[in-house]
Design a binder for this molecule. Structure first.
Ligand SMILES: NC(=O)c1ccc[n+]([C@@H]2O[C@H](COP(=O)([O-])OP(=O)(O)OC[C@H]3O[C@@H](n4cnc5c(N)ncnc54)[C@H](OP(=O)(O)O)[C@@H]3O)[C@@H](O)[C@H]2O)c1
Length: 273
């Protein structure tokens, strides 16, 4: 039984469909799902897999607890949790307000943390479980005008690395999946900082950089490439701490390790600033 947060669109939806077709029993979450799971159900007659959508807002603790309790009541166990729900806020560090920065962290970092904390007692009791956190290449390399998005994903990486040690004695495995640019609803859902307007001293550079980001995402990989990696991590007995999606991004992150920082900074600056 796999629980996937943010399964109404993009990577989460594609992963839920992919796993259902492989015969998995999936509970997917969305802020928009109706409470009635019978209405929100799809199944695969061939494999016996099903996908049930339930409501969850990862920024609301009560909503997270209700969703987890619903799954426990219906299934009695959760084998795999995929923390996928997320969104991006764009703008220069100076233009993004403190409130906007908090919102970014509330969805991507605290949202992931809330769901993990709600699932851990059950997984500990079970004596097994797997937690897969969808991070990003931006969780390893930060690019201009999405500092808060990157920071929230760096934080998810730090959380997962430490949690891995803590829960290993209870039979729980933790790993990170790092997609690069992927063609999903993420681009359209991105929030732009209110102050990132014509009055901003960053406006021209920000606008150019955002256009580049959006173009890269919309020409990016299909979400199925991420779904396949998540499936691999589910099947693996001992998944590695992090897996980057796609050869191109694996190469970029390898270069980050071996190149002097100044060279990488030049390349990122040329592309995004
Ligand atoms: N697309 C990319 O290029 C890319 C690259 C690297 C990493 N990622 C990561 O991949 C993950 C999935 O993003 P995506 O690209 O598939 O974007 P997407 O198509 O916009 O899907 C985002 C999902 O997250 C859910 N969500 C957003 N805010 C939520 C909230 N407060 N509570 C609960 N659910 C919420 C949405 O569900 P509802 O709106 O229905 O609630 C939706 O199902 C994110 O963590 C993102 O950071 C994306």
């Amino acid at each position: 039984m796999v629980l996937i947060t943010g399964a109404s669109s993009g990577i989460g939806k594609t992963t839920a469909d992919y796993l259902m077709k492989k015969g998995f029993h999936i509970y997917g979450t969305s802020r928009k799902a109706l409470g009635n799971i019978e209405v929100n159900e799809a199944s695969d007659a061939l494999t016996g897999g099903f996908l049930r959508m339930i409501p969850m807002d990862v920024t609301n603790e009560e909503s997270v607890d209700n969703a987890i309790n619903t799954v426990i009541e219906k299934e009695g166990h959760i084998d795999v949790l995929v923390c996928n729900a997320g969104a991006g806020i764009a703008g220069s560090v100076e233009d993004v307000s403190m409130e906007e920065a908090r919102t970014q962290f509330d969805i991507n970092f605290f949202g992931t943390l809330r769901v993990i904390k709600a699932v851990l007692p059950l997984m500990r009791d079970q004596g097994y479980g797997k937690i897969i956190a969808v991070s990003s290449v931006a969780g390893v390399i930060s690019i201009p005008y999405q500092a808060h998005y990157s920071s929230s994903k760096y934080a998810v990486e730090g959380l997962a690395e430490a949690l891995r040690y803590e829960v290993a004695p209870f039979g729980i495995k933790v790993c990170l999946v790092e997609p690069g640019d992927t063609k999903t609803g993420f681009t359209k859902s991105r929030i732009t900082a209110q102050k990132a307007n014509r009055e901003s001293p960053y406006y021209e550079r920000f606008t150019r950089s955002l256009a580049r980001m959006e173009k890269d995402e919309q020409n990016g990989a299909s979400p199925i490439s991420v779904a396949r990696v998540i499936y691999k991590m589910i099947k693996k007995k001992n998944p590695p701490v992090r897996t980057t999606v796609g050869l191109q991004y694996k190469t970029i992150l390898f270069l980050k390790k071996i190149l002097p920082g100044s060279i990488l900074e030049k390349v990122v600056g040329l592309l995004y600033n």
